[in-house]
Design a protein around this ligand. Structure first.
Ligand SMILES: Nc1c(NC[C@H](O)[C@H](O)[C@H](O)CO)[nH]c(=O)[nH]c1=O
Ligand SMILES: CC(=O)[C@@H](O)COP(=O)(O)O
Length: 139
């Protein structure tokens, strides 16, 4: 059994609830423990994971959030920089699945967050599991 931390940016409650349901379901179905840490927004997710990963208290992480385009360039910053931060940590050996949705509107988010539809939360959890398995084999 491994310990996973879901680090969620709780910007849209109903969307995060679906994403977390999918992620938690996938991890618990695989027999692992799951905790949740909430941060203000997607830009805070990489720093939060970096800090907690250093503690060694968790084996893997799932980043959960929803970034919906607004009127300004800020979408590109939030979407791009949160993804870049997660990728940098992954390249540094941290087992992370990226379940941060970056979408044009709420409808696109609903379809992808719903475990019965796109299940991007579950998909991200399975990616974290795959990286953890790979590290166990090769690291
Ligand atoms: N607009 C969204 C944000 N924006 C907030 C940033 O993520 C960050 O918390 C702020 O800039 C302070 O550093 N975050 C989301 O997760 N989703 C959004 O749609
Ligand atoms: C993704 C965002 O930061 C966005 O929701 C913010 O909206 P706006 O660009 O209209 O300020």
């Amino acid at each position: 059994m491994a310990r996973f931390l879901i680090v969620e940016a709780r910007f849209y409650d109903h969307l995060n609830d679906m994403l977390i349901s999918g992620a938690r379901g996938a991890l618990e179905a695989a027999g692992h423990e799951v905790d949740i840490l909430t941060v203000p927004g997607a830009l805070e997710i990489p720093g939060a994971i970096a800090t907690v990963a250093e503690s060694g208290q968790y084996d893997g992480f799932v980043a959960i959030g929803v970034v919906i385009r607004g009127e300004t360039y800020h979408f590109e910053i939030v979407a791009g920089e949160s993804a870049r931060g997660v990728m940098a940590l992954t390249m540094d050996g941290v087992a992370i699945g990226n379940g941060i949705l970056t979408v044009e509107n709420e409808q696109q988010a609903i379809v992808r967050a719903d475990p019965a539809q796109g299940d991007k939360g579950g998909e991200a959890a399975k990616a974290a599991l795959a990286l953890l398995d790979l590290r166990a084999k090769y690291a």
